[in-house]
Design a protein around this ligand. Sequence first.
Ligand code: SF4
Length: 203
Amino acid sequence: MKKVNKRTLIKQFYPYMQGTSLRLKWFSLLKFRNERPHWFNNQIRINSAFPPYPSQPFDRIVDIIKNQKRLPHTIDFAVTSMCPYHCPHCSYGKRKKEDLSTNEILTLIEEIKDLGTAILGITGGEPMIRSDLEKIVSACSPELSTILYTTGFNVSKKRAKELYDAHIDSIIIGIDSTDTKIQDQVRGGEGVTGTRNTSTTTM
Ligand code: SF4
């Protein structure tokens, strides 16, 4: 990954700011002033949450912000209520353990695309539990950029490569403590941190 120099940033992004209000220019400056934009796969990544540039999701989010469209630029989609862990703070504990089928999820993704949304957060439960996760991620591109929220469960080099090939944009791994015992205690499982370390280095 290579850092993007300031001249390139101004050259690429200035046209997007033309015609916008002073308030929005100032807001953008404040919002992104601490970011470290870098090149990855011929795209500029501003941070883990913002869509890469150039891309359709980038154009979508700029359109929503610039034209103050009243639609969600980001939707978080819980693709499963299943999880191997038992965190006391979990909001999924008492929910019905019934997941949508692959086809139902793919249909909803098409509806989200039609809405004009730019980013899909894929969450759960633990989304890595689904064997069709790569298919779900793949169905999002090129219109939506994707962020996967996971504990790092079920990760292997093979799975990480499959997610990469499916065009995942960001993977965010939840870490509750650097102490393995506390991490296991919070999650209510064993070896959670071990799994997480493997996934962190793999991804
Ligand atoms: S890892 Fe997440 S989904 Fe699983 S029990 Fe904990 S909070 Fe709930």
